[in-house]
Design a protein around this ligand. Structure first.
Ligand code: C2E
Ligand code: CA
Ligand code: CA
Length: 666
């Protein structure tokens, strides 16, 4: 798979998870910051208030000492004692004069004056009227008679009540559990005295009520957001799963698609090293699928593909994969122990799949690529399997081909040929070689066949069987044949102008040409450029062309003969129903295929057929050329049968023009 595709899929899958992750992290961060800020600000505020309460209390005490004289000392001290009794915040009061002498203390407590820090009083009331506020349910603690309040101290103690002096009033309430409490001395200079007031500062739950409420609200908000982000996080994960599923689902089969096959396959192969499993990648192709679709429609075709997929999938083990690729081709990843076991599994799989196929001429071609340790690129492995399958040929019914390196070399060679053919033609790397045709009666030169050779600047001499089949597949053969025809016409023209005795030279006309209706005119035009008589050019057609477009073939042959060219049928007897074509085709020369003179039964059957064919051709007024003749016995037999011309290594191999000229100059 391409990198760009990979990246896009990764992006698609990652896309939406980050906002919720970031959102969640951000919320946690915000939560922490806000809580710290609230605690700090509200806490400091509460502390401030407490300190200011303490300073107010101390100021009240100091106020009592304003009219202090030695005479009133005991009276004032008594008043202070009462005040202390009423204020739970005040623990003790101590008087120290300007020389540092301890004058009086309520509870024999003095501050460590060395460590006293002074600060300004924030509130200072004068002539504070005292009030008593009593919480409703505590009324019996007090009795009000003649404007005089009696406090039942015992009861206060027993109930564990707290006396709080606040805003010029004494508030009685139930005791609270303090969160923080500490003691602090306030000092107020009055006249010549320093009044030290020991304050008990305590912060309780009620004091922090606001703090707790605001923190609570924040926690609630944060919690809502956190829940929102957690939900969105999981929904993103769920939708990512859905996306992944869509990405990896095939539209035709509804199962795993090609991408899944490639990705999952690569990871299985990666793991195979650890679990010592052997894998094979298969390319399985249903042949004649197109004709099936033409007959029954694409929808039926796809339904068949789906059925095949499901059937095959059921036969797979864990850690094995199948995916539909395209054009009725499947990729399969199988585990196996040895070649024999693999073959039998594939055969079984094929048998199972064949039960799904309708009663039509549909069958499978299967290419197999056994995975070597360390190989992980599923697409390359699949391509190897495909190469192996390609070599089976379209026509063959079920066959299994195992990929080997030779096949790869062949494929690489094909690629190289395709890359270089145009350049080779322009640079005239293709050379005409001539193979003589010898008259059987006189054993003298009577014709020649032009055969192409590629003289490659690096690879040197390349025989035609290495590139002609490739050109026939990719269509380049049309250009090459034109080139050969032109070269032959040019050579003939040159030899005529040099006054040499010339013989007809034949060129091969590939089957691919017979799609154009003006083929005869086209050939004529090329030859006429060199103004050579048409009867020195012979055109070798193969029988196979007869099966492509009969009308074009018959018309072309007719026209070529009318133009005066010699037309011959090449490779007669090699495979096709030769005799049948003879009935309709009016040609000048019949070239009997070399196969008749090779292999088993040459003596009886082969020779019998040859003599019959020669007989038949004579009756149809055709000349006979026997090809591929290698021995004296064959020559003698052909002479006996009154064969006209003989072409073969016995007389000469195809040779370069210069050599041909040299050899046959006389
Ligand atoms: P072909 O047209 O049947 O050519 C005859 C082939 O048989 C030639 O192989 C020739 O060298 C070989 N041959 C001749 N006498 C003997 C013999 O006694 N014994 C053996 N074993 N072989 C013999 P070549 O040149 O390798 O060509 C192979 C094929 O390539 C040709 O078969 C023809 O089909 C194709 N080809 C060659 N040149 C061209 C061309 O210019 N255009 C086209 N379309 N095809 C060409
Ligand atoms: Ca030929
Ligand atoms: Ca031939």
């Amino acid at each position: 798979m391409t990198n760009a595709k990979d990246k896009r899929i990764k992006k698609l899958k990652k896309k939406r998870i980050w906002p919720s992750v970031f959102g969640l992290l951000f919320m946690l961060f915000l939560f922490t910051v806000i809580v710290i800020a609230v605690i700090a600000s509200v806490g400091l505020d509460v502390f401030d208030r407490k300190m200011s309460d303490g300073s107010n209390q101390s100021a009240m005490v100091a106020k009592i000492y304003e009219g202090y004289t030695e005479e009133s000392a005991s009276h004032i001290n008594e008043m202070v004692m009462t005040y202390i009794g009423l204020s739970p915040e005040i623990e003790a009061v101590g008087l120290i004069d300007s020389e540092g002498k301890k004058v009086w203390s309520s509870h024999n407590a003095y501050p460590d004056t060395e460590r006293v820090t002074t600060f300004e009083l924030q509130t200072f009331g004068t002539n504070l009227p005292m009030k008593i506020v009593v919480e409703e349910d505590l009324e019996e603690v007090f009795t009000l008679e003649d404007n005089e309040v009696t406090v039942n101290d015992d009861l206060i103690e027993a109930l564990g009540l707290l006396r709080v002096f606040r805003d010029n009033s004494i508030v009685l309430g139930r005791e609270n559990s303090n969160l923080v409490s500490f003691k602090i001395w306030f000092v107020v200079p009055v006249n010549q005295l320093n009044v030290y007031v020991l304050n008990n500062i305590s912060i309780n739950v009620q004091d922090l009520f606001m703090l707790l409420v605001s923190v609570g609200i924040f926690i609630l908000i944060i919690l809502i957001f956190t829940i929102y982000y957690i939900i969105s996080f999981f929904s993103v994960i769920a939708s990512m799963r859905k996306t992944t599923k869509i990405i990896y689902t095939d539209m035709v089969t509804g199962g795993d698609n090609w991408l899944h096959f490639v990705k999952k396959g690569a990871s299985l192969l990666k793991r195979s090293k650890r679990n010592a499993k052997r894998y094979a990648v298969l390319h399985m192709r249903m042949r004649k699928y197109r004709s099936f679709c033409t007959c029954f429609g694409v929808q039926e075709g796809e339904a068949l593909i789906e059925k095949l997929y499901c059937t095959a999938k059921k036969k797979l083990k864990r850690n094995e994969l199948i995916a539909y690729h395209e054009n009725a081709e499947f990729g399969i990843l199988l585990t196996y122990t040895d070649r024999a076991q693999l073959s039998s599994r594939i055969e079984m799989l094929e048998k199972e799949l064949s039960t799904v196929l309708p009663n039509m001429k549909l069958y499978f071609g299967i290419g197999v690529c056994e995975v070597k340790p360390g190989e992980r690129d599923v697409e390359t492995l699949y391509n190897n399997a495909l190469i192996a399958c390609d070599l089976l040929g379209e026509e063959a019914e079920l066959q299994i081909a195992f990929f080997d390196e030779e096949m790869n070399k062949q494929k690489m060679w094909e690629r190289k040929v395709e890359d270089e053919m145009e350049r080779a033609l322009t640079n005239k790397e293709f050379k005409v070689y001539l193979q003589p045709k010898i008259s059987a009666k006189q054993e003298i030169l009577a014709g020649a066949e032009a055969l192409v050779r590629w003289i490659h600047p690096v690879d040197g001499f390349i025989p035609p069987n290495r590139f002609i089949p490739i050109f026939e597949q990719n269509g380049f053969i049309l250009k090459l044949d034109d080139y050969m025809l032109e070269e032959v016409a040019r050579i003939q023209a040159q030899w005529i102008s040099e006054g040499r005795r010339i013989v007809p030279i034949s060129v091969n006309v590939s089957r691919a040409h017979f799609t154009r209706e003006d083929l005869a005119e086209h050939i004529c035009k090329i030859v006429d450029k060199y103004k050579v008589p048409h009867d020195v050019i012979e055109l070798e057609l193969t029988e196979s062309a007869f099966f492509d477009d009969k009308k074009v073939l018959l018309g072309t042959v007719q026209k070529l003969r009318n133009f005066g060219f010699i037309v011959s049928m090449d490779d007669f007897g090699a495979g096709y129903s030769s005799l049948n074509s003879l009935k309709e085709l009016q040609i000048d020369v019949l070239k009997i295929d070399a196969d008749f003179f090779r292999g088993e039964n040459v003596e009886e059957r082969g020779m019998l057929i040859v003599s019959e064919v020669i007989d038949l051709a004579k009756k149809l007024n055709m000349k006979i050329v026997a090809e591929g003749i290698e021995s004296r016995e064959q020559v003698d037999f052909l002479i006996e049968q009154e064969c006209d011309l003989i072409q073969g290594y016995f007389f000469a191999k195809p040779m370069a023009i210069e050599e041909f000229v040299e050899k046959y100059k006389n």
